[in-house]
Write a protein that binds this ligand. Sequence first.
Ligand SMILES: [Ca+2]
Ligand SMILES: [Ca+2]
Ligand SMILES: [Ca+2]
Ligand SMILES: [Ca+2]
Length: 399
Amino acid sequence: MKRLLLILILASAARASTLPGFHVQVLQGAPGFLTSLAVDSGGTIYYSIKSGDVLRLGPAEKVAGTPVVVAHVATEANGNCGLIGLALRDDNTAIVHYTTPAITYDIVSAIDLTTGAESEIHRFVCDKDVAERGVSSEHHGGNLTIAPDGSIFLAIGDYGMGGLAQDPAWNAGKLWRILPDGSTVQFASGFRNPFDLAWDAATQRVILTDNGDAVDDEIDVVAEGDDCGWPYTAGNRPPVAGMRPPVYTFPVVVAPTGMAPLSGRNPILRRGYLLGSYVAKALFYVPDVYANPVPDPVAVIQNESDPIIDVAEGPDGSVYFASGFVIYKLIVPASGDCNGDGVVDAADISALSKELSGGPHATTSAHASWGCDVNGDGMIDARDLAALAGMVRGRAVRR
Ligand SMILES: [Ca+2]
Ligand SMILES: [Ca+2]
Ligand SMILES: [Ca+2]
Ligand SMILES: [Ca+2]
């Protein structure tokens, strides 16, 4: 049975297509529907399962054995509800977001990863008029992110009732900041269903994706006090005065899921963001959300057999992502491996010369592998050729 499961997992990974030189390595299957993924400073993976378990998976470099359940929260998997978000505050504390079984509250709790003990931080009432009544399982947002000052950011979707996103009396359709003292601030409003977010401390902005109801999946750069427009406008629909338009609207429905900011530690995916997608079953790379216009996200992986739910960067720059059922590592091309065959040698010099025959261009529009960007500055140009020649000569001398 175990062997059959492994074969099925390997077979499904093999169906995905990646850009040249990128590879996908299966780490392990998840014992339930995975909703979020995080990596601690030692490379240990933590993840959440919709039905309420928080699991630990050894240092990712030597994954072995079975994942360990470190905690369970009182929730029920139901539609968009259950244990729907997890982030690490430090190596011993996860912050989780889940709904109560009757969908009466969205709860944010701290989980002690050694003892499994839960301490509630805040509960957002769902139906503000009659708490016991609860609300629909649609659109409760999901993942959280933690700012360097200890603030927790999370979004709660509109529960499938657009008007609530504009009603200041309801928690729905809002982006929340929970300060380290436990107080809450409504950071922004006008959202439909943002599943994940990141905090950019340098610009004091929240970067998030909002799932549209038509062809209007968005990337938003959100400042405190913004109204991001839902349900009065969305995507490329006419702007509404005073409402913050998205910085990017996907031209097709992708249903964005988890996202990860890149720290500069990965040799190829250095800056910007990685985004998962439910419908496109793709992992997108977004190099710069501040560019005007924001360039089209590039699918590093697409046609996965299952939706991609979350993505995270490890302490050494390794990228991990997960479908609802399997955790993977993304292997990027080595710097200098321009033809994407896994080695850096003289053949890459000819591949890079050929790549450059049409002139310098962005790494994201490489015909060959992104490893052609030898110095990792986002452009493939003559400086990369000089750097590669130096690398290949250096290796020949060492031999
Ligand atoms: Ca919007
Ligand atoms: Ca996430
Ligand atoms: Ca090569
Ligand atoms: Ca370059």
